[in-house]
Write a protein that binds this ligand. Structure first.
Ligand SMILES: Nc1nc2c(c(=O)[nH]1)N(C=O)[C@@H](CNc1ccc(C(=O)N[C@@H](CCC(=O)O)C(=O)O)cc1)CN2
Ligand SMILES: Nc1nc2c(ncn2[C@@H]2O[C@H](COP(=O)(O)OP(=O)(O)OP(=O)(O)O)[C@@H](O)[C@H]2O)c(=O)[nH]1
Ligand SMILES: [Mg+2]
Length: 437
């Protein structure tokens, strides 16, 4: 699709709505505005206009905004038409826009892509923006806001500057080495700083585990013998009937999942088949799937009815909490449970939420969100630090070799923010967006 096109889209989402925002970006945006609204209102000031189709027929009354490139979201001339959000109103306007030559509907993510191509946003900011649009919990919102506002980008560009500066100094050293006028102490200072940088990046990388939990959710798997009340707990926490509950042991066979918002954190809760030696092939498969879920859980809640004899905890490397269920049937029984509940009598559900929430906070902390949250970011940062450590380790190698490793290290940060050779990444990143963003 030619970049010279003027693109337009409904940017405000589902219809009908009170107001619909249609964005137009590109070289023809102002001409289109003049034809539709009679003039181009003063930049960045909302003006009420009659919006007419190409035959002068009134389409709607709406607010019109203009942004003069490069001072716009995309960096191009932009127009916003804020009209009534009825389906027919929007359809009529989109149809009118499509009839202008050089004007076409935007592809998914194309406004953001243009913002990137015009240097308004870098790739980490754009990933943050995609996450911001997808954010459903408060912590996801905070993480994404930080990224989309350039906090991480500034950090990465600062690191890149330090690497490039160090490399320049090293290269100066080998250029002048015959004259021996670069004192050893300068080189020593540089390698000390590079050592500190390596530590800084590694510490930052440790944040990825937290970023991943915030962005992708904290995975809690409910396990326990058949009939322990697993599905009942799942339903109680979800606040609706997600799973079938019966008095028959072996009711749940497939893994079921719901998303919860606990104190602003996304929790992915999984209900599984009760683990036992089953003869039924369907149940056997359910048990196998349960084991699979447990293997990549962040936390396991192991349920058994209070008063039940031995509790066989799954032997796994993830933390397991023992939950006694059906407390209404055997009041007063205390084993070393981490929590005791009754879904029937509405007991202890708050304790379960607190237990999960505390576990998350232990791992994530409450505050700092200047952390990487995507695998792409983690991988680029790892590659960056790997090259840096190579430069640090090879103390006896020729300086050219060490300078080259610093350059490679800096390049990984450049790729991370998209300042260099990124073409192949673009499709993957922008395809996540919806049309109109
Ligand atoms: N109506 C409306 N609301 C919106 C947006 C929009 O496009 N339209 N946004 C779309 O995502 C977000 C706001 N993001 C924006 C980012 C940059 C610019 C902009 O005009 N930037 C210029 C001028 C900056 C300035 O004056 O401070 C620039 O960067 O040069 C506008 C909106 C959320 N709200
Ligand atoms: N008295 C009492 N009964 C409960 C409680 N929670 C669940 N039950 C009952 O226990 C039975 C089994 O509940 P489920 O939630 O289906 O148990 P499950 O662990 O999912 O069972 P499977 O899917 O078969 O492994 C049902 O008859 C529930 O009504 C409780 O707190 N008190
Ligand atoms: Mg069940």
């Amino acid at each position: 699709m030619p970049a010279g096109d003027t693109i337009y889209a409904l940017s405000s989402g589902g219809l009908p709505s009170g107001v619909a925002v249609i964005r137009v970006s590109g070289p023809a945006a102002f001409e289109v505005c003049r034809r539709l609204a009679g003039d181009v209102p003063a930049p960045r000031q909302a003006a009420l206009r009659s919006i007419r189709d190409r035959n002068g027929e009134l389409l709607d009354h709406g607010l019109v905004l203009s942004f003069v490139g490069p001072h716009s979201f995309t960096g191009e001339d932009c127009i916003e038409l804020q009209i009534h959000g009825g389906r027919a109103v929007v359809t009529a306007l989109l149809k009118t826009l499509g009839a202008f030559s050089g004007c076409r509907l935007a592809e998914a993510g194309e406004f953001s892509r243009r913002a990137f191509e015009n240097g308004k946003l870098d790739l980490v900011e754009i990933e943050g923006l995609a996450d911001l649009l997808a954010a459903e919990t408060e912590m996801q919102r905070r993480l994404a806001t930080e990224q989309s506002r350039g906090a991480l980008s500034a950090l990465y560009m600062g690191w890149r500057d330090r690497l490039l500066h160090a490399r320049a100094m090293i290269e100066a050293e080998f250029d002048f080495s015959e004259e021996e006028d670069i004192p050893d102490s300068v080189a020593a200072t540089i390698w000390t700083d590079m050592g500190a940088l390596s530590h800084e990046i590694k510490r930052h990388l440790q944040g990825y585990a937290r970023g991943e939990i915030i962005r992708d959710g904290f995975k809690v798997v409910i396990t326990g013998p058949p009939n322990a009340g697993k599905s009942s707990l799942m339903n109680a926490l979800a606040g609706r009937d997600v799973a079938i509950v019966t008095e028959y042991a072996g009711t749940t066979r497939d893994v079921l999942s719901v998303d919860l918002d606990l104190d602003g954190f996304l929790v992915k809760l999984y209900d599984t088949a009760g683990i036992r030696e089953a003869s039924d092939v369907v149940e056997q498969e359910g048990v196998r799937r349960a084991a699979q879920q447990i293997a990549d859980a962040d936390l396991v809640l192991h349920l058994s009815a209070v008063g039940d004899a031995d509790i066989q905890l799954p032997s796994v490397s993830v933390p397991v909490r023992k939950i006694g269920t059906k407390a209404d049937l055997a009041p007063g029984i205390v084993k070393d449970y981490d929590a005791v509940i009754s879904t029937q009598a509405d007991l202890g559900l708050g304790d379960i939420k607190t237990l999960i929430s505390n576990e998350i906070k232990d791992r994530v902390g409450d505050g700092a969100v200047s952390i990487p949250s995507r695998l792409r970011q983690q991988e680029h940062l790892s590659a960056c630090v790997e090259a840096l450590d190579e430069a640090l380790r090879s103390a006896t190698a020729p300086l050219e070799v060490r300078a080259e490793a610093l350059r490679r290290s800096a390049d990984w940060l450049g790729r991370l923010t998209g300042r260099i050779d990124t073409e192949m990444l673009l499709g993957a990143i922008f395809s996540e967006f919806c049309v109109g963003k």
